[in-house]
Write a protein that binds this ligand. Structure first.
Ligand code: HEM
Length: 153
């Protein structure tokens, strides 16, 4: 879906597959599959002049943090060649309970992108007939109809 909205990025990726790992990172940042987590504060924490008291549920909007203009330049732009030397995305959480499957998820995503580049080098998404997953915190799709316009020989 994202590459269909940003076809120039798909072309870039098709022309240089060494960008696949960066594309995976940018997808994780730009369309964070896990949009939020809920955690409890262990102690009083002051952020931006507001105190979150100890023992309170905190709604952590990872998807929003990953579009934070204070952390990412042109945060709302999908750019697979983005400079990654600054803040990292929070798509897999942070700290000792960050995602245990992150390495596997990254590998699967990179393999999937490689196969999609082969299978549908040029494609159109039928946006009107896509179906989202019905999960609370997951931004994703159950069904994405695609018309393949060209295949590599
Ligand atoms: C793109 C795919 C995935 C995303 C975006 C994702 C994201 C996350 C996030 C945000 C957390 C919470 C981290 C935190 O509390 O700081 C988490 C936890 C976790 N994830 Fe994933 N995940 C993905 C795939 C996977 C896969 C493939 C596995 C297993 C094979 C997995 C296993 C886990 C486990 C076990 C935890 C709990 C870790 C803990 O509480 O110590 N995840 N994941």
């Amino acid at each position: 879906m994202t590459f269909a909205r940003y076809p120039d990025q798909w072309t870039k990726l098709r022309e240089d597959r060494s960008l696949i790992p960066d594309a995976v990172e940018e997808l994780l940042r730009f369309e964070s599959p896990n949009q939020y987590n809920v955690r409890y504060s262990m102690r009083d924490v002051e952020l931006h002049g507001v105190t979150i008291p100890a023992g309170k549920p905190v709604f952590l909007l990872l998807g929003s943090a990953n579009r934070d203009p204070a952390a990412f330049e042109d945060a709302d732009v999908f750019d697979i060649e983005r400079d990654r030397s600054g803040p990292q995305s929070l798509a897999f959480g942070l700290g000792i309970h960050s995602c245990l499957g992150a390495a596997l998820a990254r590998m699967e995503s990179a393999l999937a992108l490689g196969h999609l580049l082969e299978f549908m080098p040029e494609f159109e998404v039928d946006f009107d007939n896509c179906q989202r997953v019905s999960m609370q915190n997951v931004a994703g799709y159950d069904s994405v109809p695609v018309r393949v316009r060209a295949r590599l020989q």
